[in-house]
Write a protein of this length. Structure first.
Length: 371
């Protein structure tokens, strides 16, 4: 039987964030992960640190996380771009919302064509006649989610964190974590298993109304360079800071009237570019406690059609398709104490990559008082 200060269940970004901050506090840490490497929401996303569009406590976590991402990229050696986010407007109400957003956050408006430099790699996108203007959110970042979380795990391993891969956790009790490979004694435990929190604490998940949100995402070929992440009017409906803009409600009403199927599908029309030049595009959202295995093709068709229209191209070549699943609940963060010295932690709003590295210190500061 081994003994450590902290056991972290789950090697996604939320779990690794807690391990990262715990090691910096001088704690001994073991991370237990059921798969041979992280394979869930932390690698199935856009790799987008969308810090600027968060609000409330999420904005504080996001801005703290930004500094941690920059440190980790340097220390772990993974690819990171400080290229920001481009939010494009294709209607007058979206343009008005961006102008209002500039009063809320530090952004650069690009609704004057003379402000666009022809050295800007986004000029081809911005010259699409359907785009009336845009706003650049300069603090946002991009990483490659296919490598970043694995690189962080490697860095933590080099810093003394013990990893038990391909290991199921059976029970988590005060002072003891039982796994399929044996028992681990610990002073505290963090259960960071995302939507699977109901597998460990079903009553807790029910009280917090945790569901699974199923996403449809694709990777498509692209020949040009689009450095920032790109969001649209559909994205304004999904990021909290845009609720501060009066025109966002007008955007919602128009999109619901003109594109009811897209709004019903929960479309967040956006994309990010991977280092090889391909684009990660998406995404639609469907909520349920149990994810059905069936994949209706029309949802992918919606994403492909709308992304091609945004890019101003006739069609897109699909390279990969996948389903992402993350935890969703009425509150954006689940931080609960199912038993003494145990924390169940999930980002229940689809912004784990954006906020986890800022959330973890707050959880650990509270947990340390019980250790």
């Amino acid at each position: 039987m081994t003994s450590v200060d902290l056991v972290v269940v789950g090697a996604g970004i939320v779990g690794l964030a807690h391990a990262w901050h715990a090691v910096r506090e001088g704690l001994s840490v073991t991370v237990v992960e059921r798969d041979e490497h992280a394979a869930g929401a932390s690698v199935r996303n856009f790799g987008h640190g969308c810090f600027t569009a968060q609000d409330g406590v999420a904005f504080g976590y996001a801005m703290a996380a930004r500094e941690e991402w920059l440190k980790l990229a340097q220390e772990a050696g993974f690819w990171l771009r400080e290229s920001g986010t481009l939010v494009v407007a294709r209607s007058e109400d979206e343009l008005a919302a961006l102008e209002e957003f500039a009063e809320v956050r530090d952004v650069q408006l690009l609704n004057n064509p003379t402000s666009r430099s022809f050295n800007d790699p986004n000029v081809e996108l911005l010259n699409n006649p359907s785009i009336l203007g845009a706003a650049l959110l300069p603090l946002d970042i991009r990483v490659d989610p296919r490598e970043a979380v694995h690189a962080i795990a490697g860095l933590l391993n080099n810093r003394g964190v013990q990893f038990q891969w391909s290991t199921n956790v059976l029970t988590v009790e005060p002072g003891l974590v039982r796994t399929a490979r044996g028992e681990i004694r610990c002073r505290a435990a963090v259960v960071a298993v995302g939507h699977d929190v109901d597998r460990f604490f079903p009553g807790l998940a029910e009280r917090h109304e945790v569901q699974r949100c199923q996403l449809r995402m694709l990777r498509v070929a692209h020949g040009g360079v689009i450095d920032p992440a790109v969001l649209t009017g559909f994205s304004m409906l999904r990021y909290e800071a845009f609720n501060r803009c009066p025109s966002t409600e007008k955007v919602r009403e128009r999109l619901t009237s003109d594109h009811p199927e897209l709004v019903e599908a929960g479309l967040n029309l956006m994309f990010t570019q991977l280092p090889d030049g391909s684009l990660t595009i998406g995404d639609t959202h469907h909520y349920s406690r149990t994810v059905e295995p069936y994949r209706p093709e029309h949802l992918d068709d919606l994403v492909l059609t709308e992304t091609a229209r945004l890019l101003g191209v006739p069609a897109l070549k699909v390279l990969e398709r996948w389903r992402g699943i993350y935890a969703s609940a009425p509150e954006p963060f689940l931080t609960a104490t199912p038993a003494p010295s145990i924390r169940a932690v999930s980002v229940t709003s689809g912004i784990g990559m954006t906020t986890a590295l800022g959330l973890a210190p707050a959880v650990l500061d509270d947990l340390l008082q019980e250790m």
